[in-house]
Structures are given as C-alpha cells and as structure tokens.
Design a binder for this molecule. Structure first.
Ligand code: HEM
Length: 271
C-alpha cells in the first residue's frame, strides 16, 4: 500500500480521536429538563397561589388534580404520580448540572476571581444559579418527598396547617431559590439557543434580562403573598389541628347552594 506519507517514510499520522457527542447531548438534556421544570414551576405557583382567590378556588384546583371532576371521587395517588415524575426529572436535571459545578477549591477560587475581575452580570448570574441549585438539592427534595408521601394532605386548611406548623422557613428560602434559579435558567436558555434573536443581539439580551427580572420579581411577590395567606389561615386554625376544608355546598347538611359551574352529576363529597 503506497501512500504519500509512507512514500516519505514518515510514520502514518495517528488517527485523531473522534470527538464524543455525549457532552453536547448531556447539555441538551440539561436544557430540556430545565425548561420543563421552569415552566412547571410557573404553573405550580399559579395553582398554589389560588388560595389568594379563596378557599373554594384552592380546594377546586386540588380536587381537579386528584381526578375528582373526572371520576367523581378524589384519588390523591394521582398527585403522587405527578410528583414522582417531577422528582425524577428534578434529580436528572441536578445530576446533569453537577458536571458544571466547581468541584475543587482551586476551581471555586478561579471562578470567584474571574467573577470579581469581570464584573460581568451573566457571569455573576451563573454563580447565583449554582448556589440556588445547590440549595434546592436539599430544600426541594424535602418538599417533593412530603408531597409524594402525603398527597391527600393538600388543601386550603391542610396546606395552611403544614405551612404554619413548620414548613414556612423552608418555603421562604425555597421560594427565592427556585424563582431566581428558574428565572436565570430560562434567560440563559433563551440566550444560549438564540430563541428571541433580533437584529441587535445586545438589545435582545438587555430586553431578555429585563423580562427575566420582571418575571422573577412577579413570582417572588406572588409567592410571598401566597405564603402569607397560608400562614394567616394556619394561625386562624391553630386550635383545630387536622381540620379539613369542605366547601359550604358539600357539608352535611349543605350550608350553601352549589356554584353555577358545579357539575350536576357530582353529588356530595365521596372522599
Ligand atoms: C408535582 C410536584 C409538586 C407538588 C404537588 C407541589 C405542591 C405544593 C403545594 C400543595 C404547596 C402549598 C403548600 C403546602 O401544601 O405545603 C407548595 C408550595 C411550594 N412549593 Fe411545591 N409542589 C411541587 C413541586 C415543587 C418544586 C419542584 C419546587 C421547587 C423546586 C416547589 C416549590 C414550592 C414553594 C417555594 C412553595 C411555597 C409557595 C409559596 O407559598 O410561596 N414545589 N407546593
């Protein structure tokens, strides 16, 4: 076999190792799982904050997720299925993200020095994303396990009692962590994948950053108002531990007529 290299007696060039596609695939999986979790959290916050619309609104949302308006009976296990899916996605996202964490003091030092020198907002935002992500390893896992194992204890009074009797400090810290982490994450995804590319990249990035801060502030304010509503209800019910909420039209005897939207085929609380 005569090749030019051989012709000159030179050793054949060593075959260049093929670049693995796995890092890029893992990055894509991290982006996708982050996107789904970020959008889930927006929905989650609207559902949890339904307490601000009244006890009946929060009760109705809770029963909707338990299949009550489909089966005529509540199946809290359905909520556990959703929690299990979110928990697996959350763990996968965290495992993918750990690849990017500074894992030695030297890496930590290098990043901090770089951050201090650059004073570049996106560099600092990434640091906050790592710090809030680390905190959620523990805080969100506790919350998810609680929801997984006690899906039937969600409701206006049931949630309020849990928040009042001890979960509010965790929720307070978790609220800031998840809204900052999610907001920064969605912003970085939009920049990384060029979703809202316009004629002027800098202007697009400035607008995305404004939107990111507006959304984070909106969800933190909504979350704080929601937490305050649960605390107020929990305080009002502090002398009746374990009290469950039943809408006035489902009490026995009913203390009010069912609302206009109440499906006629649903008679009484079959829980
Ligand atoms: C399917 C999964 C989930 C379910 C069913 C769920 C359910 C709930 C419920 C019912 C509450 C009201 C308080 C209570 O009952 O204790 C709540 C509050 C909260 N959850 Fe979740 N959650 C889920 C996942 C998550 C995740 C993944 C995070 C963050 C990483 C999170 C963060 C929070 C925060 C911060 C609060 C307090 C909200 C506030 O009042 O400001 N949740 N959740």
């Amino acid at each position: 076999m005569s090749t030019p290299a051989n012709a000159l007696g030179a050793a054949p060039a060593p075959a260049r190792p093929r670049r693995s596609l796995w890092p890029a695939r893992l990055d894509l999986a991290q982006s996708l799982s982050g996107l789904v979790l970020g959008l889930f959290m927006w929905g989650h916050m609207f559902f949890v904050s339904s307490i601000l619309l009244g006890y009946d609104a929060m009760w109705t949302i809770t029963k909707m997720f338990e299949g009550y308006f489909f089966f005529g009976t509540a199946y809290p296990i359905l909520v556990s299925f959703v929690v299990a899916f979110v928990f697996v996605l959350f763990i996968a996202h965290a495992a993918l993200a750990v690849r990017k964490f500074p894992i030695s003091y030297r890496q930590y030092r290098a990043y901090r020095d770089h951050m201090g020198m650059m004073r570049h907002e996106d560099t600092t935002l990434w640091w906050w994303q790592v710090a809030t992500g680390f905190a959620m390893f523990f805080l969100a896992s506790a919350h998810l396990y609680q929801m997984l194992m006690n899906p039937g204890l969600i409701g206006p009074f049931e949630s309020a009692e849990r928040v009042w009797r001890g979960w509010w400090p965790l929720y307070l810290v978790l609220l800031f962590c998840v809204e900052l982490h999610g907001g920064i994450g969605l912003y970085r995804l939009a920049v990384k994948w060029n979703w809202f590319a316009g004629s002027d990249d800098n202007a697009t990035r400035r607008n995305l950053k404004k939107l990111k801060w507006a959304l984070s502030v909106f969800f933190i304010v909504l979350g704080l108002a929601t937490l305050a509503a649960y605390m107020k209800t929990g305080y009002q019910n502090r002398h009746v531990p374990g009290v469950r909420y039943t809408p006035a039209w489902l009490t026995n005897p009913p203390q009010a007529a069912p609302p206009a939207w109440w499906p006629s085929w649903l008679k009484g609380d079959k829980r």
